[in-house]
Design a protein around this ligand. Structure first.
Ligand code: GDP
Length: 278
């Protein structure tokens, strides 16, 4: 973290534009808090990636929320596809006026916490396999500088950038979406958090996916019913919470429940108010 911040401070003065990759399902929790501090008023494109898994209505809300900052533009993306790469390049060029194309290069820096899809996007931008990708967070990568079309130079951020865990809800959301694999929170606790949120925000998706005859009254009820349905039983007939939790989390991460986002701008504001009071 310290090394990454030092390197970033060194590169930033030469950078015209920042491309921050976020997970569209958790645009707040997948931010790196250092960026807001170091960025100043440098133009920034916030790429809301994994759009194929996120709730389109909430994504639109997040886009207008993030674009309240006049130096920020957003772009939605599925980095596994190349269909928005030309839009990203065009947006980047439009945000750096004064750099005449072909006369001077546009220096951009791409950054993102582990597992948001930064390497996948770098590979799509470069049109070839440059960065290592994988579902394991925090794969170490070398700092690199890549020349793209139209005089754009892309600097990859060195080191690993961590998300902000000051808001305790962010830890749960990062764990639910799979950004953080090793956490101090137990799987059954994460699954209970997820199911309680789903009961509140997307009860029908939960009901449909697990074939429930009615919407459970509480998160604990939901774990019990789903556990029974999926045969996660201990001897004596009690539900094995750890097993059902793993099933639920695997399904959520694979996107099989449907398009789900795990936070809204107004929820974040409320949560921050609570964090500040405590
Ligand atoms: P990085 O740690 O930010 O560099 O993340 P990676 O590029 O290694 O991606 C992490 C995982 O997310 C990989 O399994 C990718 O295939 C997957 N991934 C990347 N972009 C998308 C996307 O837009 N949609 C979906 N569903 N998965 C993606």
């Amino acid at each position: 973290m310290h090394k990454a911040s030092k390197e970033m401070k060194k590169i930033l003065p030469q950078v015209d534009l920042i491309i921050e990759v976020l997970d569209a399902r958790i645009p707040f929790s997948s931010q790196n808090p250092m960026l807001a501090e170091l960025r100043g008023d440098k133009p920034c494109i916030k790429v809301l990636n994994k759009i194929d898994l996120a709730d389109p209505e909430l994504t639109a809300l997040w886009q207008s929320h993030l674009e309240q900052d006049i130096n920020v533009k957003t772009l939605t993306m599925n980095a596994r596809h190349n269909d928005r790469i030309a839009d990203l390049i065009a947006l980047a060029l439009s945000m750096v006026p004064g750099k005449v194309q072909g006369v001077k290069n546009v220096q951009t820096m791409i950054m993102g916490i582990p597992n948001v899809g930064k390497s996948t996007l770098i590979n799509s931008l470069a049109g070839r396999q440059i960065a290592k990708t994988g579902n394991e967070p925090a794969i170490t990568k070398m700092q690199q500088r890549i020349k793209l079309d139209k005089g754009i130079v892309l600097h990859d951020t060195p080191g690993v950038l961590w998300p902000n865990l000051e808001n305790p809800h962010s830890g749960y959301r990062l764990a639910i979406t799979g950004a953080i694999k090793e956490t101090a929170i137990d799987n059954d606790d994460i699954a209970l958090y997820a199911v309680e949120y789903l009961l509140d925000a997307y009860p029908d998706l939960l009901k449909q996916r697990f074939g429930l005859s009615e919407i459970p009254e509480s998160g604990m009820d939901a774990l019990e019913v789903i556990g029974t349905k999926r045969g996660c039983l201990r001897s004596g007939g009690r539900v094995d919470l750890e097993r059902v939790a793993k099933i639920i989390l695997t399904e959520i991460r694979a996107g099989t429940l449907g398009l789900i986002s795990w936070e809204k701008p107004d929820i974040i504001e409320r949560e921050w108010a609570e964090v500040l009071v405590v």
